[in-house]
Design a protein around this ligand. Structure first.
Ligand SMILES: [Zn+2]
Length: 294
């Protein structure tokens, strides 16, 4: 890695000290190139990750083509098996080591990924940033306008929207693989259901009995990362009928800040609140983000 890249790793707030140290200590490097995109894999692996590299290149090509961008991806990845999980102590603060898996650095638009879990979906999330599909409302931060009148909580809607789109694009990629995005009711149903189960795990972790209680009194939620934006905010956006209408109309096209603001206004709060407490798999503390587990 060059000195800029080492600085990117050293200064990242998305990395725990332990991850950072591991990443900087690896020496084995493999490079892959395809259509002007480049991927560097750092660290040694039991088998050559050629199939995975091909899929990552295909995702980058597909997304760039869909949004008519000439962006050439520069990706550095470490394929760690560490899975995302809740802190072992109930109610403990969420930190980057529990759930963060990637970052995009500006102005270079260099993407870094370090967790194998869901690497394809995380790449799409980072590509949305790198392709500046979020441009125009990057500073959109606002309070939850929930059904209650309790504490007001700031949400980083940029991350919530990016995550909702990434989950949707990933399912489209898996199902249609290169075909134009279409509104698919099974994607909507499966992802909302899966997200509900994940939100339920967070509720249980922080000692809430319902989504309404969390939205009205968010004070028990503690984090040094964007867990709320990634999972709760994502659910709120995915419960906006307007979000799905726009997905159907625009597919993978560019969105404007007006559209995202309307998504946030037109929420179906009854759907947001439909969350089972605890996880589907009983004592599991793993954090999952899509209905397709890699
Ligand atoms: Zn992000």
């Amino acid at each position: 890695m060059n000195s800029n890249e080492i600085d990117d790793i050293k200064s990242s707030s998305f990395l725990s000290t332990q991850f950072r140290r591991r990443m900087l200590s690896e020496t084995v490097v493999n490079e892959y190139r395809h259509h002007g995109h480049s991927i560097r894999v750092i660290g040694s692996y039991q088998s050559r990750p050629d199939d995975l590299m091909l899929r990552l290149f295909t995702i980058a090509d597909w997304l760039c083509k869909m949004v008519k961008s000439s962006y050439k991806m520069t990706l550095t990845c470490w394929l760690y098996n560490d899975r995302k999980r809740l802190p072992s102590q109930r109610g403990a603060k969420l930190k980057p080591e529990h759930l963060n898996s990637g970052m995009t650095v500006f102005p270079s638009r260099h993407i870094y990924l370090w967790r194998l879990q869901e690497i394809e979906k995380v790449l799409i999330h980072e590509l949305i940033h790198a392709l500046r599909l979020d441009h125009g409302w990057a500073n959109l931060v606002g309070p939850v306008k929930g059904p209650g009148s309790g504490e007001r909580l700031k949400v980083l809607w940029l991350e919530s929207w990016t995550e909702a789109m990434a989950v949707f694009y990933y399912q489209v990629f898996l199902r249609y693989c290169g075909v134009h995005a279409k509104l698919d009711e099974t994607i909507q149903r499966d992802e909302l259901q899966h997200n509900a189960a994940t939100c339920g795990q967070f509720l249980e972790h922080f000692g809430y009995r319902s989504m309404r209680e969390l939205l009205d009194h968010p004070g028990k939620w503690k984090e040094d990362t964007n867990g709320w934006a990634y999972y709760i905010g994502r659910r709120i956006i995915m419960c906006s009928p307007y979000f799905w209408q726009m997905i159907a109309r625009k597919g993978l096209g560019r969105w404007t800040s007006t559209m995202i603001q309307r998504c946030i206004r037109d929420i179906d709060w009854t759907a947001v609140e439909d969350v089972p407490i605890g996880s589907e798999s009983g004592s599991s503390k793993w954090i999952l983000a899509t209905s397709t587990i890699l």
